[in-house]
Ligand binder design. Structure first.
Ligand code: LMR
Length: 396
């Protein structure tokens, strides 16, 4: 039977890593997947994670199953990160969190709940958006529609066009927003724009879904939640998919969370019972380790402060690389104005390079970036910057 199967295309992001590994050129550079690298080009385990893991190794007494939704203490900590320590949403217990296998698992939980229990058939996503969003939502059966976001000429958010396309959204549709560090453009709405988006979403009676995978990589852990918190003030029901791959460096532990915010505790509990039923039929209950690490860090004020400093260190290094990247491109005589790269947030730079230029970078220079022109600034170092900018100057 298997002879009937047609091969799937390579994944635009993870497929690049496979091609990169197979490339025998020693000077190759991988700026495809969003993985933080330090100045030495390594992706180290955070100090706070090592401390928490040591503690867990000494104190963990069982590997028995977690409950379907995972560890309740983890859920509380996630909610505090999202909505703030003193948030009414947390104190009134109208938020419910499921520990999920990565941000992808959380997005899946959200989409499945919306499709099966709210009768939602359409999700709106920004154009462009993370290459995996379409896969996740289509796999559930949702129709994926784009809303305008990026203006290729100004290399900025086209807010008027965004509002205009969101005017077409129907009551009860799901609308995906990137909590911060928009992937792939690195361009986020301002606070005023978030307020306008929340007001529009409220008037249209849509269900917002926040994909929150880079909390702490734009301005700070608290500051980056501003857009979500504006929405939560104006809209009583919303969904959030969190990922801790980047801000805790826990990529391969697959640590995420799906949070459902309801109008009140009773309605939330009923809705969440269906989320749990969906999880039981899917992966039964979540893996424990990564979330236990996150909980250990967030529950301990000293460790939490140390973690916030570690996130700041990653954020600052990426910003430093943005400056150096722009400077080095100019020094290499790359044609064009690249100052927009310094205005972008998070791990990525949406470079404006064409598909042909991206292909040439890979084939001739061993520089791997995503086909959309998205470059992972988090993978740049002082050591690879010269070769990278020389290659870009040669293709533009
Ligand atoms: C990325 O966008 O590079 C990351 O979110 C990793 C992934 O799974 O695609």
């Amino acid at each position: 039977m298997f002879e009937r199967v047609i091969a799937a295309p390579a994944d635009p992001i993870l497929g690049l890593t496979e091609a990169f590994k197979a490339d025998s050129r020693p000077e190759k550079i991988n700026l495809g997947v969003g993985i933080y690298k330090n100045e030495a080009g390594q992706t180290p385990v955070l100090d706070t994670v090592k401390i928490a893991e040591k503690h867990l190794l000494e104190t963990e007494s069982t590997k028995s199953y977690l409950s379907i939704e995972g560890n309740a203490a983890y859920g509380k900590e996630v909610q505090k990160l999202l909505f703030g320590e003193d948030s009414e949403i947390v104190s009134s217990q109208r938020a419910f969190t499921a520990q999920s296998p990565g941000g992808t698992g959380a997005l899946h939980n959200a989409a499945e709940f919306a499709y099966n229990h709210l009768g939602i058939r359409t999700i709106w996503v920004s154009n462009p958006t993370w290459a995996n969003h379409g896969n996740i939502f289509k796999a559930i059966g949702l129709e994926v529609k784009p809303y305008d976001y990026y203006d290729a000429d100004s290399k900025d958010l086209d807010f008027d066009a965004m509002l205009k396309s969101l005017e077409q959204v129907q009551e009860g549709d799901l609308v995906l927003f990137h909590g911060c560090c928009h992937n792939p453009t690195g361009i986020d709405p301002t606070l005023e724009q978030w307020k306008a988006l929340a007001a529009l979403s409220a008037s249209k009676k849509v269900l917002p879904l926040f994909d929150f995978a880079y909390q702490g990589f734009a301005t700070g852990v608290e500051e980056d939640a501003a857009g979500l918190r504006v929405f939560a003030e104006q809209i009583k029901e919303l969904l959030v998919a969190s990922s801790f791959s980047k801000n805790f460096g826990l990529y391969n532990e697959r640590v995420g969370a799906f949070t459902l915010v309801a109008e009140d505790k009773e309605r939330g509990a009923t809705a969440f019972s269906q989320v749990k039923a969906g999880i039981r039929a899917n992966y039964s209950n979540p893996p424990a380790h990564g979330a236990a690490v996150v909980t250990t860090i967030l529950q301990n004020p000293e460790l939490k402060a140390q973690w916030i400093a570690e996130v700041a260190e990653m954020r600052d290094r990426i910003k430093e690389m943005r400056d150096l990247f722009v400077e080095t491109l100019a020094a290499k005589g790359a044609s064009g104005d690249y100052s927009f790269i310094q205005r972008q947030n998070g791990m990525f730079s949406f470079s404006g390079l064409s598909k042909e230029q991206v292909a040439e970078l890979k084939e001739k220079h061993g520089v791997y970036i995503v086909g959309s022109g998205r470059i992972s600034v988090a993978g740049m170092t002082k050591d690879n910057m010269d070769a990278l900018c020389t290659a870009i100057a040669a293709v533009v």
